[in-house]
Ligand binder design. Structure first.
Ligand code: F6P
Length: 366
C-alpha cells in the first residue's frame, strides 16, 4: 500500500536529457500543486549531474511564472555519463539522503526515466522508500505508454513553420528540398509534420526501406510533381534524422537519378537541427505539461512510486487516474519495456503508426 507523504516533506523536481518546450510549465504546475498540498518543493540544477553534486535550490514561483512562457528548462539539464554507473548512483543516493528528500519528480525522455527507475529502493527522508515519479518530456515522442510527450506539439509546429518558409522559396525556384528533422530514432515528428506541412514524401527509420527504396520514393514524388502541366513543380521531402541514409548522400543519389532521366531538377538539403527543440511552448504543450505534472505531484503525495504519468489515448488498456480524466499512471518498468519495443518495432502503437503512414504515403504526392 502506498504511504502518503506528510506536510513539510521534501520533494525535488529534476529535468534531464534533451530539454523540451513545456518543461517549465510542468515545473511551475508541480511546484504550485506540491506547495498547495503542504510539501516543500525544491529544484535540482542540471539534471542527474546536479543531483550527484547535491545542487538543489528553493524554487522562485515568480521566475517559474515567467519561465512558463519560454522553452528550455529553468533548472538546466544534462546528459550525465556518470549517473548510470554504480558510483554515480551511490553519489546520487548520498545526495538524496543529505537533502532529506522524500520524493523526486523527473521530467525527461527514455534515459531520464531509466535513471528514475534505477533509483528504486532508495531510502527516503520519511523512513519509507523515496517516492519517484516520471513525467514524459521529449520532442521525439518515443516514450512508451503515453500518446504524447511534453514538447512534441511545439516541435511539430516549429517544423511546419520552417517547411512553410522553405516551400515559398522552393516554389519560386521550382526546387526539391530534403528537410531533415530531429526525432532521434523515432519518425513521429517527421510523419506528423509531413502531413501538416503538405510534404510530398516522408522518410522514417521505422519504414525499414533500403537506400534504393528511399531514392525510389523521392523520385516518385519528383516525377509526379514535374509531370504536372503548369502545376506545382516543387517538392518537399521530410526526412527523420533516424533514417540511416545520410541526407547529403541521399541528395547525391537523387541527383544521379535525375541526371540519368534527363530531368532538370535542382535539389537542396536543409537540416533543421536544434532549431526544432527551442522556442516558446505552444498553448497545448503548456497545458499538457501542467496537467501531467499536477497529476504526478498528487500521485507522489499519495505515496505512489516508480510510476510515470501518461497522456491517455486510443488503444491503451489502462484506465485514467483519479487526478485527471486524461492521465494514466504506469509502472516505470512497463514504460521502459514498451519504449524498448517502440525502438525495436515490436510495439503495436508504432506498427499502427507505420501502417497509417504507409497509407498516407501513397496519396501524399498525388
Ligand atoms: O531527444 C531529443 C533530441 O533533440 C533528439 O531529437 C536528438 O537526436 C538529440 O536530442 C540531440 O541531442 P543533443 O542535444 O545532445 O545533441
Amino acid at each position: 500500500m502506498p504511504v502518503p507523504l506528510r506536510p513539510g516533506d521534501r520533494v525535488a523536481l529534476l529535468t534531464s536529457g534533451g530539454d523540451a518546450p513545456g518543461m517549465n510549465a510542468g515545473l511551475r504546475a508541480a511546484a504550485k500543486v506540491g506547495t498547495a498540498l503542504g510539501l516543500e518543493v525544491l529544484g535540482v540544477e542540471d539534471g542527474y549531474r546536479g543531483l550527484m553534486e547535491g545542487r538543489l535550490r528553493a524554487l522562485d514561483m515568480r521566475a517559474l511564472d515567467e519561465a512558463c512562457r519560454r522553452g528550455g528548462t529553468l533548472l538546466g539539464s544534462a546528459r550525465s555519463k556518470e549517473f548510470p554507473t554504480p558510483q554515480g548512483q551511490a553519489r546520487a543516493r548520498e545526495a538524496i539522503a543529505a537533502a532529506r528528500l522524500a520524493g523526486l519528480l523527473v521530467f525527461g525522455g527514455n534515459g531520464s526515466l531509466a535513471g528514475a527507475h534505477a533509483l528504486a529502493g532508495t531510502p527516503g527522508a520519511d523512513g519509507n522508500e523515496l517516492r519517484v515519479g516520471g513525467v514524459p518530456a521529449s520532442i521525439d515522442n518515443d516514450i512508451g505508454c503515453t500518446t504524447l510527450a511534453i514538447g512534441v506539439d511545439t516541435a511539430m509546429n516549429t517544423i511546419v513553420e520552417a517547411c512553410d518558409r522553405i516551400a515559398d522559396t522552393a516554389l519560386s525556384h521550382q526546387r526539391t528540398f530534403i528537410i531533415e528533422v530531429m526525432g532521434r530514432d523515432c519518425g513521429y515528428l517527421a510523419m506528423a509534420a509531413g502531413i501538416a506541412a503538405a510534404a510530398d514524401a516522408v522518410l522514417f527509420r521505422e519504414g525499414k526501406q533500403s537506400d534504393d527504396e528511399i531514392v525510389d520514393q523521392v523520385m516518385r514524388a519528383i516525377e509526379a510533381a514535374y509531370a504536372r502541366q503548369g502545376g506545382r513543380r516543387h517538392v518537399l521531402v521530410i526526412k527523420s534524422e533516424g533514417v540511416r541514409l545520410d541526407s547529403q548522400r541521399l541528395k547525391h543519389m537523387v541527383d544521379e537519378r535525375i541526371r540519368a532521366r534527363g530531368m532538370e531538377v535542382d535539389t537542396r538539403v536543409t537540416v533543421l537541427g536544434h532549431v526544432v527543440r527551442g522556442g516558446a511552448p505552444s498553448a497545448f504543450d503548456r497545458l499538457l505539461a501542467a496537467r501531467l505534472a499536477a497529476a504526478a505531484m498528487r500521485a507522489l503525495r499519495d505515496g505512489h512510486t516508480q510510476f510515470m504519468v501518461g497522456w491517455a489515448g486510443p488503444g491503451q488498456a489502462r484506465s485514467v487516474c483519479a487526478y485527471d480524466h486524461h492521465v494514466t499512471l504506469w509502472p516505470l518498468g512497463e514504460v521502459l519495456a514498451e519504449t524498448e519495443r517502440m525502438h525495436s518495432g515490436d510495439s503495436a502503437a508504432v506498427q499502427a503508426r507505420v501502417r497509417a503512414m504507409k497509407e498516407v504515403e501513397s496519396v501524399l504526392y498525388l
